[in-house]
Design a protein around this ligand. Structure first.
Ligand SMILES: Nc1ncnc2c1ncn2[C@@H]1O[C@H](COP(=O)(O)OP(=O)(O)OP(=O)(O)O)[C@@H](O)[C@H]1O
Ligand SMILES: [Mg+2]
Length: 169
């Protein structure tokens, strides 16, 4: 959240192995920053292979634009003009990215030089994607240490007896 609140940073990467909690953290960031630092947050699941037309439709829906079954160029144009004419701060979260792509060409999202009030948070397992997408700040989620992992397991399995932990270890 600090990285996203930094005025000099509009592209942030959240990287970590599968299951380390990237999606949950991105959702929490969205909950916390929508209505405070950002007027609006758009949460998009990219996944692989990315279905760009579907993601464009989702942006259109979340931006409350007209949702006719338009051609891809019209969707991109609509998204671009809506975002660049917004006066409030917008955060776009792209969850679960597996490949880099051009945000403007594929999704109609402007870069900082084109519109300063639009920030992007990407989550990915692959640090190269953060670097290649031009993230100014990369947050890396580490695995839990053994003790915390065991405590989390116990909490979820409703086990809190230390004898059980010895047996498991
Ligand atoms: N801080 C946390 N405390 C407890 N459970 C958590 C925490 N963070 C994530 N989880 C749980 O761990 C699981 C994996 O989290 P999440 O889906 O966010 O990981 P991910 O890094 O996005 O994984 P993937 O790379 O596969 O998309 C989920 O069931 C989530 O609810
Ligand atoms: Mg995820």
């Amino acid at each position: 959240m600090k990285a996203l609140e930094d005025e000099n940073c509009n592209m942030v990467g959240l990287q970590g192995l599968g299951g380390t909690g990237k999606t949950l953290m991105a959702l929490k960031v969205s909950e916390n920053l929508e209505g405070s630092h950002f007027s609006k947050v758009i949460f998009l699941v990219v996944s692989k292979p990315p279905d760009f037309k579907n993601i464009q439709r989702e942006i259109v829906r979340q931006l409350d634009l007209k949702s006719k079954d338009e051609k891809e160029e019209e969707l991109l144009e609509g998204i671009w003009s809506q975002i660049t004419s917004m006066e409030e701060k917008l955060l776009i979260i792209l969850d679960d990215m597996w490949e880099e792509f051009d945000l403007k060409k594929k999704l109609g999202i402007p870069s900082i030089s084109q519109h300063k009030d639009c920030s992007v948070l990407i989550t990915t397992c692959n640090i190269n994607i953060c670097q290649n997408m031009g993230c100014q700040k990369i947050i890396q989620l580490e695995k839990l240490n053994e003790e915390d992992a065991l405590n989390l397991f116990h909490a979820n399995a409703s086990m809190n007896n230390s004898n059980i932990s010895k047996k498991l270890v």
